[in-house]
Design a protein around this ligand. Structure first.
Ligand SMILES: [Ca+2]
Ligand SMILES: [Ca+2]
Length: 265
């Protein structure tokens, strides 16, 4: 057997095995909120205040099967996270929207006390988990949190001929990152009555079937939000579980030995 054929077979084996070993968590949807140093923080007034208000924020798009769209924009300045939820095809302000953080990023089937949601409808409310259900439990609202909703028009890049629904939030970083974490579970939920029906429709990110805006998906299925600083955003490296690293190292050893055998025989 030539060494080239042997190497090809070994590489095929490696790629097959690594596919098996990569953990499920690698598939979790992730959003990065970049950091900004300038002082032009978004104005929390419920709409695109200027055409460049959210231009430095990250954008995450979610399309739903009924044609509804959600755009999640986020940025932070070290002290506050600023988050914009935008529904380019929703023209009537009749629902509510919420953002949830798994502050310990420990997932699980139920919402726990460290899982915090801010929901904005007629007013802004704060909820935590009870550890035995996925239903949000209302608590007192942290003083330093802001949220406003409204309609955005021509200042928005998604202006589609009609003013559409937007929600803006301002959340203190140290309330979410109390243990100096930079990654948290993240979940978005919103509802609307829709254009042509009186039924309430529920949407979420990640995209799950919902029957209530106050009942979340199990935190283990939430996405991830990571708050990056300018210095560490370029140093991210893909993580491999240790068994794969060991496997690759040993196979490289086999390849070297096999090559030498072929060359020197
Ligand atoms: Ca604004
Ligand atoms: Ca949690």
């Amino acid at each position: 057997m030539s060494s080239m054929v042997l190497i090809s077979m070994l590489l095929l084996t490696v790629s097959t095995l690594t596919g098996t070993f990569i953990p499920v968590t690698a598939q979790q949807q992730t959003i990065s909120f970049p950091s900004t140093d300038d002082m032009d923080a978004p104005v929390i007034d419920g709409s695109w205040t200027t055409t460049d208000e959210w231009s430095k924020a990250s954008e995450t798009y979610q399309n739903y099967t009924d044609g509804t769209q959600l755009v999640i924009s986020g940025i932070h300045d070290g002290a506050y996270m600023h988050i914009l939820l935008e529904m380019p095809r929703d023209y009537i302000l009749d629902g509510r929207a919420g953002i949830c953080f798994d502050t310990l990023n420990d997932g699980g089937p139920y919402m726990k006390p460290d899982d915090i949601c801010f929901v904005l409808g007629q007013r802004l409310e704060e909820f935590h988990g009870d550890g035995r259900s996925t239903l949000m439990q209302e608590t007192g609202l942290l003083m330093d949190v802001e949220g406003e909703r409204g309609l955005s028009g021509s200042n928005s890049p998604y202006e589609s001929g009609k003013e559409h629904v937007t929600y803006e939030f301002k959340i203190p970083v140290d309330y979410i990152a109390s243990t100096n974490r930079t990654q948290f579970g993240f979940y978005v939920v919103y509802d609307t009555r829709g254009e042509t029906t009186n039924y309430t429709h529920y949407y979420s990110w990640p995209d799950y079937e919902s029957s209530s805006s106050l009942r979340v998906a199990a935190p283990r299925g939430w996405g991830i939000v990571s708050i990056t600083s300018n210095s560490d955003s370029t140093t991210e490296v893909p993580e491999f579980p240790l068994p794969v690293v060991g496997l690759i190292a040993s196979l490289i050893g086999i390849i070297v030995v096999a090559s030498r055998t072929t060359i020197f025989k």
